[in-house]
Design a protein around this ligand. Structure first.
Ligand code: PMP
Length: 420
């Protein structure tokens, strides 16, 4: 074929499919698309309105004041030294991740199974070999030093540069790495001279506020990506940032600026102006972050409990707003119904019960493991913020629509079991 063979990312396919079903008047439980439930704070929105006249192109790397601000912000919250010269701003982290992949000569890209949907396609677009690192439910979907070493041994091109993509708190699993797990992984990273993309876009939504950046333990070759899409509720505004290692080769920095200049040019000037306000580390911001964490933790807990009651295997979330559901206790019943993989499972759940989940295969999971991602963001974030100081008592009420969806899921599973 004369054209590139690349499918639309499955999140967007599902979101558009869900909207089409809703347009037909069907009730759909929207667990598919992971959009942050909280809007940007009012002063940040006001800053964006005021910045509408900013019609200029900025420098490719971003406004110098914003690079300064993001550097001092992350230095403060992550506790390691960052200079503004290490920061690149872009229209979202997705193009940054893409350009980072492009900036490396053909490499071996190591991806945990599961990991976020776009890393694999982006790595393949850049001509890299993709090597999966298996995990298990019992191992809380974490990669271990042993699993990483075994994956290295499987590479068909051992001389190539190694690039690991790590994402925690994680999409699709909602789990994080403890400091001792990070330390143990770092030993292999150092020994094997890995470059790491540490996608820390959910870091500020670690439910206990205890995120530890990989750059603080493996500073020499960690590229941290972050941005306003999740903690600031501004996915559609498109603002992402990259923090390079302090002594990153200038060739890497130049390649990223070159790629940015030939693709997106710069993040929109008004959005960068609003980001200057968003990254203002004042008491209001600490309160906003603490409230979001408390709400996500409380809502996550009730959603998790309801899912366990329906017979699924799933770990309690630690950060962000996702859960990776393991339907394997139902694998016999699913197979008996001719449902042989996670995509068919999700298609049937949407058609029969109006429950929209994203199949594990989108995250690199073996399809026959019957896993699927659930995003627990279908609640009124502003209403929850107004009750943040008593959210534990109110979480069930706020999560009502989602709990109804989990009931529908549970009922579907009961019927599945009884039809065996
Ligand atoms: N990484 C992860 C793990 C994500 O979940 C997302 C958004 N779904 C992104 C990156 C992309 O975010 P952005 O809006 O900054 O492009």
């Amino acid at each position: 074929m004369a054209f590139l063979n690349i499918a639309k990312a499955s999140t967007f396919t599902l979101n558009e499919g869900t909207q089409a079903l809703e347009a037909l008047g069907r009730t759909v439980y929207r667990f598919g698309f992971g959009e942050a439930p909280f809007a940007p704070p009012a002063p940040v929105q006001a800053a964006l309105r005021n910045a509408a006249p900013r019609i200029e192109y900025t420098a490719v790397a971003g406004l110098p004041q914003l690079r300064e601000k993001i550097a001092s912000f992350h230095q403060e919250v992550d506790g390691y030294a960052i200079d503004a010269g290490q920061v690149l701003v872009a229209p979202g982290t997705k193009p940054l991740l893409h350009n980072i992949m492009r900036a490396f000569q053909p490499a071996a890209v190591y991806l945990p199974q599961p990991s976020w949907i776009s890393y694999g396609p982006q790595a393949r677009l850049a001509g890299h070999e993709v090597i999966n690192i298996p995990t298990s439910f019992e191992g809380r979907w974490r990669i271990t030093p042993d699993a990483l070493e075994q994956a290295v041994a499987r590479s068909s091109s051992p001389a190539r540069q190694k690039l690991l993509v790590l994402n925690y708190p994680g999409n699709p699993d909602g789990l994080t790495y403890s400091p001792s797990e990070l330390d143990a992984l770092t030993q292999v990273l150092r020994r094997r001279r890995f470059w790491v993309i540490s996608d820390e876009i959910y870091a500020l939504l670690d439910h206990r506020g205890r995120h530890r950046s990989l750059a603080s333990v493996y500073p020499e070759r960690t590229l941290v990506t972050t941005g306003m899409s999740k903690w600031c509720g501004a996915g559609g505004w498109r603002l992402g940032a990259l923090i390079l290692p302090p002594d990153a080769p200038s060739a890497l920095f130049n390649a990223l600026v070159g790629l940015g200049s030939e693709t997106y040019s710069c993040a929109p000037a008004p959005i960068q102006a609003a980001a200057l306000r968003a990254y203002e580390l004042d008491e209001q911001l600490y309160e906003f972050l603490a409230a979001q964490r408390r709400i996500l933790r409380a809502v996550g807990a009730v959603v998790h409990a309801a899912l366990l009651a329906s017979g699924l295997r799933v770990h309690a979330p630690q950060g962000g707003f996702y859960l990776l559901l393991d339907f394997s206790p139902f694998s016999g019943a699913l197979a008996a119904q001719g449902i042989i993989d996670d995509r068919q499972l999700c298609d049937r759940l949407l058609a029969d019960a109006g429950v929209a989940l994203l199949p594990g295969m989108a995250f690199g999971m073996p399809p026959e493991w019957y896993t699927a991602r659930l995003a627990y963001v279908d609640f009124d974030g502003d209403a929850a913020l107004r009750e943040a100081d008593q959210i534990e008592a109110r979480a069930t009420a706020h999560a009502a629509k989602m709990l109804e969806g989990i009931d529908a899921l549970g009922e579907w599973l009961r019927q599945l079991n009884s039809s065996r």
